[in-house]
Design a protein. Structure first.
Length: 386
């Protein structure tokens, strides 16, 4: 699925940003006009144009707020939040770049400004975690104990993005929803310098402890969905944290071992030469490695490989007891073949859900077809919770 760009990474990230228009996170014309101005494959051009658009929409939000136009302010703050997130996306090659933190913070602040004008019930929360906290948002329908869906992202998503990526859809269907950022994600890596870890059960356990303390939550009906690399993290947590009533892997991921790329090396190449060559030839690989160095806090390519080595569900998946939904995107350019590997390794009640090009849901995490995705996964979740 190509939009504007021939470069698959630029095209996909544009699709991702535009997909949130279904839930108030974008306007299609704003996205297309921004994309037309971007020099293909140029990370600096990407930042400049998305940042310009985000600033313009944030100005609209501020003006609307000052004039008492509540709905317009909310809508523009939400779009600005998504556009700032998009602008920051390719900046991770230099963790010392002040724009990285500044632009991310603008994304978070814009979203929190929108919260003041929401028609829904939502609390900003700090979940106690190993002497510090995990930032999150608890969205709830009313004061009655209800089914609750936990949503976390993966390799690069933010807690604010998860509002568009599932929280609002959950609320619309009568579910409470807790979105949060864990180690390696959002503010946890940017402000607390806590990198990714593979043993995600130690992250999910305090999250469930927190939820079970809230009167709005039915403690027996808590489900977990992990998005993108979260398709590894969520099943990993479910293998050891058995208070979950259900687990959704969007999309399924059996292992995330960056060392697998070494199979493409020539004998005469050093690891640095090999990675540098790949990064020069592919924006996708360049972004993936730069983001990995940032979120794993790795100083060298070898350290990144070593830190990602435990990210496998080999010998782990069979310990999951709750029902699991494994999603697959037909043309996933990140995790092709991985969902089937996860599904085959499961011994619990399991469902395989494939999204196709004919349906428009073939891209990674089904961007471009989020309404179809939510229709199908919540139908499955309704059945499980009953």
């Amino acid at each position: 699925m190509k939009i504007i760009f021939q470069d698959p990474t630029f095209s996909f990230e544009l699709l991702r940003t535009m997909s949130y228009s279904s839930y108030g996170g974008a306007d299609v014309g704003e996205c297309l006009s921004t994309a037309y101005r971007i020099q293909e494959g140029d990370f600096e051009s990407w930042y400049t144009e998305w940042n310009n658009t985000a600033n313009r929409i944030h100005s609209i939000a501020t003006e609307s707020m000052e004039r008492g136009h509540r709905v317009s302010a909310r809508e523009a703050f939400l779009r600005a939040s998504n556009y700032y997130r998009t602008a920051e996306f390719f900046l991770h090659g230099n963790p010392q770049d002040p724009r990285l933190h500044d632009t991310w913070q603008k994304s978070r602040n814009s979203f929190r400004q929108a919260l003041a004008f929401m028609d829904i019930s939502v609390d900003q929360v700090k979940i106690p975690f190993e002497g510090t906290f995990l930032p999150g948002y608890f969205y709830y329908v009313d004061q009655q104990p209800r089914s609750t869906l936990i949503i976390h992202g993966g390799y690069d998503s933010t807690g604010e993005e998860l509002y568009f990526g599932g929280a609002l859809a959950a609320l619309q269907r009568g579910y409470n929803c807790l979105t949060f950022e864990g180690p390696g994600q959002g503010g946890v890596i940017r402000e607390q310098s806590i990198p990714f870890r593979h043993d995600w059960e130690h992250v999910i356990t305090p999250v469930i402890d927190y939820l079970q303390s809230r009167p709005e939550v039915d403690p027996l009906r808590i489900a977990l969905m992990g998005i993108s690399m979260g398709g590894f993290l969520a099943p990993r947590a479910a293998a050891f944290e058995h208070r979950l009533a259900a687990c959704i892997a969007n999309d399924g991921l059996f292992n995330f071992q960056i060392g697998a790329f070494r199979g493409l090396m020539k004998e005469s190449e050093s690891l640095d030469q090999f990675f540098s060559k790949l990064m020069e030839s592919s924006t996708q690989f360049r972004w993936a490695i730069e983001n990995g160095m940032f979120t794993f806090m790795a100083a060298t390519y070898q350290e990144l490989i070593d830190k990602s080595e435990p990210f496998t569900l080999e010998g782990v998946a069979q310990h999951i007891k709750c029902p699991v939904l494994v999603c697959e995107a037909e043309n996933d350019h990140f995790f092709h073949g991985q969902p089937q590997m996860l599904y085959d390794a499961l011994s619990c009640q399991k469902t395989y859900m494939r999204f196709t090009a004919e349906e428009g849901g073939e891209e990674h995490c089904h961007f471009g077809a989020l309404q179809l995705f939510n229709q199908r996964i919540f139908a499955w979740l309704d059945d499980v919770m009953r």
